[in-house]
Design a binder for this molecule. Structure first.
Ligand code: ADP
Ligand code: MG
Length: 248
């Protein structure tokens, strides 16, 4: 691990009206790490994500990726700098096949115009198939996305997010709506990608079983403040976390 963390957040804050959604938080994330951001509803998790990916502009503080400031940059620039995020496959693309959806992501990464798509049916097909291999979806490459099982759609969404070869991948509630088995499969796959590619993942998750099984480290937010940070076992026994998060 190098001295400079991949991601360094310091004094980060964002208010909506008088509501301090994120109130001066600081944390770091190293390459190869899977960091869970947890906390009750309204704690500020999504607001934090959206400041890192540039959709929201921080009121104060800094977010550095490999020492470069992200605050004030456009989402697209931040994406090009290596911050990826998972998106739900849009309805309009659901009738395309699995491999076409990943090709679209590669096309967008290459900065090509959509108008090229028609004559670019072969565009980076091999790379798309390679990505699908990595998420265990190559065998279903030619099926339309709208006939897939829910857990398989999530795998394709992960392949799409990987098209940019992100250094940092943000996943806001990636397993929402999934059955326990699918959740575990998706997180095991994510962990594998982190190890294989040396990337970092910041994710939110409601299931404590999933967090304890897959996160290397976790940070806990409550009312916009960071109340605890540590390895899953340290967090589980943390009195403040028990009180605020588990409601005991
Ligand atoms: P979480 O993802 O942890 O559930 P959020 O980051 O979505 O929490 O929300 C944190 C706080 O900020 C909440 O009080 C929420 O109501 C408020 N909030 C979030 N987004 C907006 C917005 N776009 N406009 C106004 N208030 C917002
Ligand atoms: Mg949220």
């Amino acid at each position: 691990m190098s001295n400079t963390p991949l991601l360094k957040v310091a004094g980060l804050g964002k208010s909506f009206g008088g509501n301090k959604a994120v109130d001066g938080i600081a944390f770091e994330l190293a390459a190869g790490e899977l960091l869970a951001l947890i906390g009750p509803n309204g704690a500020g998790k999504s607001t934090t994500f959206n400041m890192v990916n540039g959709q929201l502009r921080a009121d104060r503080g800094s977010i550095q990726l490999n020492g470069q400031e992200l605050v004030g940059r456009k989402p697209r620039d931040i994406w090009h700098m290596g911050v990826g995020r998972t998106f739900q496959i849009a309805e309009t693309f659901a009738s395309l096949t699995v491999v076409e959806n990943v090709q679209m992501a590669l096309l967008s990464q290459a900065g090509k115009l959509f108008s090229m798509w028609r004559r670019a049916a072969d565009f980076q097909r091999d790379e798309a198939l390679h990505l699908l291999d990595q998420v265990g979806m190559r065998a279903q490459a030619e099926r339309p996305c709208n006939v897939l099982a829910y857990g398989d759609v999530k795998r394709v969404e992960l392949a799409i997010a990987m098209a940019n070869s992100p250094k940092l991948l943000l996943m806001d509630e990636p397993t929402a709506g999934m059955a326990p088995k699918e959740r575990n499969d998706l997180m095991a796959l994510t962990k594998q990608l982190v190890v294989d590619r040396g990337m970092a993942v910041l994710f939110t998750e409601h299931s404590m079983d999933v967090v304890f099984a897959y996160a290397d480290r976790m940070i806990v937010l409550a009312r916009g403040r960071l109340i605890a940070e540590g390895k899953p076992l340290e967090i589980r026994d943390h009195p403040k976390v028990q009180e605020v998060y588990f409601g005991t």
